[in-house]
Design a protein around this ligand. Structure first.
Ligand code: DGY
Length: 333
């Protein structure tokens, strides 16, 4: 731990080293304890660290719930999450105590869409598998039947969750001449549909008609295991599933079985359930499954912007000002 300043300044706990764009202003303005290690603070250390804090800067690996808020104490003014997703935070528990919660929307939209696109392309065209093939010394000649996969261009893309990131993925698909379907609980503006050439369809229709399905929903009670065995098996046998949302949106056991049985073609995951995925998870035995370690927002520029935004939320909360991006604006009512 690093203790950043003197006793007169607000006390904050920062749950990991984040880029200087955010860490700098926090350490300058606060008496900051910064968790210095690669792994998140174990629960008991986290609970100890937040005691008496005025603000907490958390990551998606840190659970913020009643227990933690109690341990922090009644002086806690703000919880700032270094992520757009905030399923690690019991927001109603914060709201009940009048504590605003901040997140980092917008700044990671394009970067996350870039990775969703990279995963889609890589899974379709078997990039990771090809690399393993070469490194294993198995490339003996040009093969007319070697490592074939579906064309991406001209295919049908189904986007589940048509918010900022889903729409950014649609924009990329336009450049590939794809038919774009989307499903969301709310239909988008007709102007957005027209601009992106996207058609609103029921989820079941989307799954059975798409060559590629990309998930962009928040994790909620409704979206947990949204992609269950029955839905996975309603996809095309050659379809590619891409998940850059949250791991539990997909029933991972059912995904393994669908891939193993050839019920779908391939999957590419930035997120798993749990994270990290166990090294002996059966999914990792399949060449048709590509997994990367939750890196969708991991560009230098974007992580810097996320850090700056998380710091801005934290500092505004400490000053008693409205957070630039609160997830529970009702605390101000
Ligand atoms: C988020 O922000 O929610 C991502 O999953 C990590 O950047």
């Amino acid at each position: 731990m690093v203790r950043g300043g003197d006793g007169g300044r607000p006390r904050v706990f920062v749950a990991r080293i984040i880029p200087d764009d955010g860490l700098g202003p926090v350490v300058e303005a606060c008496d900051a304890q910064v968790w210095q290690y690669e792994l998140p603070p174990p629960r008991d250390e986290l609970l100890r660290a937040v005691e008496g804090c005025d603000g907490i800067l958390t990551l998606l690996t840190d659970r913020v719930d009643d227990e933690l808020l109690e341990r922090a104490g009644p002086q806690l003014k703000v919880v700032s999450n270094f992520a757009v997703g905030y399923d690690n935070i019991d927001v109603p528990a914060c709201t009940r105590r009048g504590i605003p919660v901040g997140n980092t929307p917008g700044v990671l939209t394009e970067t996350t869409a870039d990775l969703a696109w990279a995963l889609l392309m890589a899974a379709a065209r078997r990039v990771a598998e090809g690399d393993r093939f070469v490194r294993a010394g198995r490339w003996r000649t040009w093969g007319p039947m070697l490592l074939m996969g579906p064309d991406v261009h001209g295919g049908t893309l189904g986007i589940v969750g048509f918010g900022r990131i889903g729409q950014a993925v649609a924009r990329r698909a336009m450049g590939f001449g794809m038919t774009i379907l989307y499903y969301d609980t709310h239909r988008a503006d007709r102007a957005v549909e027209r601009e992106l050439g996207a058609t609103f369809v029921p989820l079941d229709g989307l799954l059975s008609s798409s060559d590629f399905v990309s998930l962009h929903v928040n994790l909620t009670a409704e979206t947990r295991h949204l992609m269950n065995a029955q839905r996975l098996r309603s996809m095309r046998r050659t379809a590619v599933l891409v998940n850059t949302s949250r791991g539990p949106v997909v029933d991972q056991r059912a995904l393994f079985e669908a891939l193993r049985d050839g019920a779908i073609g391939a999957a590419a995951l930035d997120v798993t359930d749990p994270e990290p995925i166990a090294a002996d998870d059966p999914l990792l035995t399949l060449d048709t499954c590509l997994v990367v370690p939750h890196i969708a927002s991991a560009s230098w520029a974007t992580r810097g912007r996320m850090a700056a935004m998380a710091a801005a939320n934290l500092l505004a909360g400490l000053r008693g000002e409205r957070l630039p991006t609160p997830v529970n604006p009702e605390v101000y009512d």
